[in-house]
Design a binder for this molecule. Structure first.
Ligand code: RIB
Ligand code: CA
Length: 325
C-alpha cells in the first residue's frame, strides 16, 4: 500500500490503521498540502509513524493545488492539524526524494499495489501526468473524497479534498486509475463515533494509540456538532482506510461515470455522479436510448453504503493492535 495524505487529525488515525495492520505493508507515505501546510502535514505524518514505532519513508510533495489558491482547514483540525495537541517535532526524517517520484517508482516496482488518497489529489495528478502507465500497476485506488449525489462539507456541492484541487481530481478520475470513491456522506451519521464509542476507543488503545486517536480529533468533534450539526466524531479518512483494508466494509457499490466540476462557481469541486447511467456509454445498464448528453463509460466504483459496526470494530482492533497471530 502507498498512502497520500494531507496529514491532520483524521488522516493520522487512518495512517495508524494501516501501519499497525499485519496484513498491510505500507511502502511509503506521500504528503500533500491541504488541511494544513505541507510542512505541518509532514511533521504530523512523521510523528504518527514514529508513534507506531516504525520508520516508513515519508516523502513531501505539492505545497499547493495545481491552479487554485491554497485553502486550509485549521478551523476543523486545530492550528497544528492535530487538535492543538502540539506534540514534539518528530525525529523521523523526511526523505529527500520528491513525492511524485516516490509514487511513480513505488507503483512501478510493486504491481498490484493499493493506492489510498486521503487529501487533495495534487500529487497523484502530477504522478499520472508524468508517468501515465503507472495506473496499470494499481490494483485499487481508494479515494476519500467527493460526495455522491448529496451535500458537501466545504460548500453545499463539494467535499474538501476534491474542492481544494478540482483540476487534480479531474486528471485522476480520467487517468484510468481503478478509483473506489468513499464520499464524505459515508462518514456521517452512524459512521461517526458517539461518546460511549469514543471512550471505548480510548480504553481499547495500547501504547497511547487510543488516547492519541481521540485527543487529536476533539476539535473536529466539536466543530462537527456546532458547524455541521452532525452528532458524533467524524473520521472520514479512517472510514476510507477501513474500506481499503477490508473491502467488505463497503456493502453497496456500483460503477458510474463520475466527473469533476472545474468551471462552476457554486459547484466547484462537485463530484458529478451519473447514478442513473443516463449519460454513460457502454455502462452496465445500457441506456434504452441514445444518451442526449454523452459523457463516457463508467470510470469509478462508487461506495453507497458501509457496514458501520464493522468499520468501528476495525478501528478498535487497530488502536488495540489486536490481530491474530
Ligand atoms: O472532507 C474530509 C477530508 O478533507 C478528510 O480527508 C480530511 O482530512 C480533509 O482532508
Ligand atoms: Ca485528509
Amino acid at each position: 500500500m502507498i498512502i497520500d495524505t494531507d496529514t491532520a487529525s483524521d488522516d493520522a488515525v487512518a495512517l495508524i490503521m494501516a501501519l499497525v495492520n499485519p496484513d498491510i505493508e505500507v511502502l511509503g507515505i506521500t504528503i500533500v498540502a491541504g488541511n494544513v501546510s505541507l510542512q505541518q502535514a509532514s511533521i504530523n505524518a512523521r510523528y504518527t509513524v514514529q508513534l507506531c514505532g516504525q520508520t516508513i519513508p515519508v516523502y513531501e510533495g505539492a505545497d499547493r493545488p495545481l491552479q487554485r489558491t491554497p485553502a486550509r482547514a485549521e478551523f476543523f483540525h486545530g492550528d497544528d492539524g492535530m487538535g492543538n495537541m502540539h506534540y514534539p517535532v518528530p525525529e523521523h526524517p523526511v526523505e529527500t526524494k520528491p513525492a511524485v517520484d516516490a509514487l511513480i517508482e513505488t507503483i512501478r516496482d510493486n504491481p498490484g499495489i493499493i493506492l489510498v488518497t486521503l487529501g487533495p489529489m495534487t500529487n497523484i495528478a502530477n504522478a499520472v501526468s508524468k508517468e501515465p502507465d503507472i495506473v496499470n500497476n494499481v490494483s485499487r485506488c481508494v479515494v476519500m473524497g467527493g460526495v455522491a449525489c448529496t451535500v458537501g462539507n466545504i460548500t453545499p456541492a463539494a467535499e474538501f479534498n476534491i474542492w481544494c484541487d478540482p483540476e487534480a481530481a479531474r486528471i485522476c478520475f480520467h487517468s484510468g486509475l481503478p478509483i473506489e470513491m468513499v464520499g464524505w456522506e459515508l462518514c456521517r451519521g452512524e459512521a461517526n463515533l458517539v461518546e460511549a464509542e469514543i471512550e471505548q476507543i480510548k480504553d481499547a488503545g495500547v501504547e497511547g494509540l487510543g488516547e492519541f486517536a481521540v485527543d487529536i480529533n476533539r476539535i473536529g468533534y466539536q466543530i462537527n456538532r456546532e458547524l455541521l450539526g452532525d452528532p458524533g466524531m467524524a473520521l472520514p479518512d479512517p472510514v476510507a482506510m477501513a474500506i481499503a483494508i477490508d473491502p467488505d466494509i463497503c456493502v453497496k457499490q456500483s460503477r458510474h461515470y463520475v466527473d469533476i466540476e472545474c468551471h462552476g462557481e457554486l459547484t466547484r469541486g462537485m463530484t458529478v455522479v451519473d447514478q442513473l447511467n443516463i449519460a454513460a456509454e457502454g455502462g452496465e445498464n445500457v441506456s434504452m436510448w441514445e444518451p442526449l448528453v454523452k459523457q463516457g463509460p463508467p470510470n469509478v466504483t462508487v461506495c453507497w453504503e458501509i457496514d458501520a459496526p464493522r468499520w468501528k470494530a476495525l478501528l478498535e482492533q487497530s488502536v488495540g493492535r489486536r490481530f491474530p497471530g
